[in-house]
Design a protein around this ligand. Structure first.
Ligand SMILES: Cc1ncc(C[n+]2csc(CCOP(=O)(O)OP(=O)(O)O)c2C)c(N)n1
Ligand SMILES: [Mg+2]
Length: 282
């Protein structure tokens, strides 16, 4: 529902391993153009998603013979609970260098309901996709199915103007920052405070990791270690700091939110803490 059936969802094929029949897929999107054209759909609908969900619920409730999902729901809840326990360990990781998940362990409790969180990066943003649960529509922006790096600063400028009183947080990989960090100049000139949180693993991690997994080696995926991107933001008229100790992430985020200026928290992270992915979208 409301999500394109692209590489992040196996292009709309679910199950079907070892000769099993794949699941039947019904795709519900908020406009006709968003309904998948490539997936083999058992059904589809488009329009207001809240109306669609309300309609599905009403249709279920009006059925004389309701399917009994109780055992399945209990099983799913147990799995969610176990996953949350595993996540809790990573979200509180004391590892040095910092594990990227720890950044979200510190950031998520500091997010207000109306926060707009923007992702621009590779693995660092994949971790965010797992841990950041937007509370309101429009609370999460990323470059979408094509994943074009560099879109984050533009989105942050727009979000800050559209939601003047909301927290606006831009999550930046160090690789992504190479595409458009200069747009901090625009934030400064137009007095648009945005909190930028960088997972700085001195690499194009989402290139390096998959290359290693597929080929056993990587090329042209390393960036210079510990680059002082926060100094770039300072030079442009904003503020920022570098963080290497996991216990300093929270206080640094508090300073960033309190600063009232474009502020980059440049967190040096572990390049070996790659996002655990099973597919690469290729
Ligand atoms: C414009 C553009 N060029 C190249 C890519 C391919 N690409 C996807 S992720 C990535 C590396 C991102 O590195 P970084 O932002 O540091 O995130 P990390 O994976 O290290 O957390 C690259 C080059 C892209 N998505 N967009
Ligand atoms: Mg990186």
């Amino acid at each position: 529902m409301g999500t394109p059936l692209d590489f992040r969802l196996g292009y709309g094929v679910f199950g079907g391993k070892d000769g099993a029949t794949p699941a039947r897929v019904a795709h519900v999107a908020d406009s006709a153009a968003q309904v998948s054209g490539h997936a083999d759909l058992a059904a589809s609908a488009h329009g207001d998603l809240t109306l669609a969900l309300d309609g599905i619920l009403a249709a279920l409730q009006s059925q004389a013979r309701k399917p009994d999902h109780a055992a399945w729901v209990t099983d799913l809840q147990a799995k969610v609970g176990a996953a949350a326990e595993r996540d809790a360990q990573l979200l509180g990781a004391e590892a040095d260098p910092v594990h990227p998940a720890r950044i979200y362990g510190e950031l998520v409790p500091r997010l207000a309901d109306d926060a707009v969180v923007i992702g621009d990066g590779g693995d660092f943003v994949s971790f965010a996709g797992k841990y950041v649960e937007p509370k309101r529509p429009g609370g999460w922006l990323d470059p979408g199915p094509y994943g074009c790096l560099g879109a984050g600063l533009g989105a942050a400028i727009a979000a800050r103007i559209a939601r003047p009183s909301a927290q606006v947080v831009l999550l930046l990989g160090d690789g992504a920052a190479g595409f458009s960090l200069m747009d901090v100049d625009t934030l400064v000139r137009h007095d648009l405070p945005v909190v930028m949180v960088m997972g700085n693993n001195s690499a194009w991690g989402l290139e390096k990791g998959p290359m290693q997994m597929l080929y056993g080696y990587d090329v042209a995926a390393d960036l210079a270690p510990r680059t002082a991107y926060h100094e770039v933001v300072r030079a442009l008229g904003g503020a920022g700091e570098v963080v290497t100790d996991p216990r300093q992430i929270g206080p640094a985020l508090d300073r960033a939110f309190a600063s009232g200026v474009p502020y980059l928290v440049n967190i040096i992270t572990d390049v070996d803490a790659a996002y655990p992915r099973a597919t690469f979208g290729i």
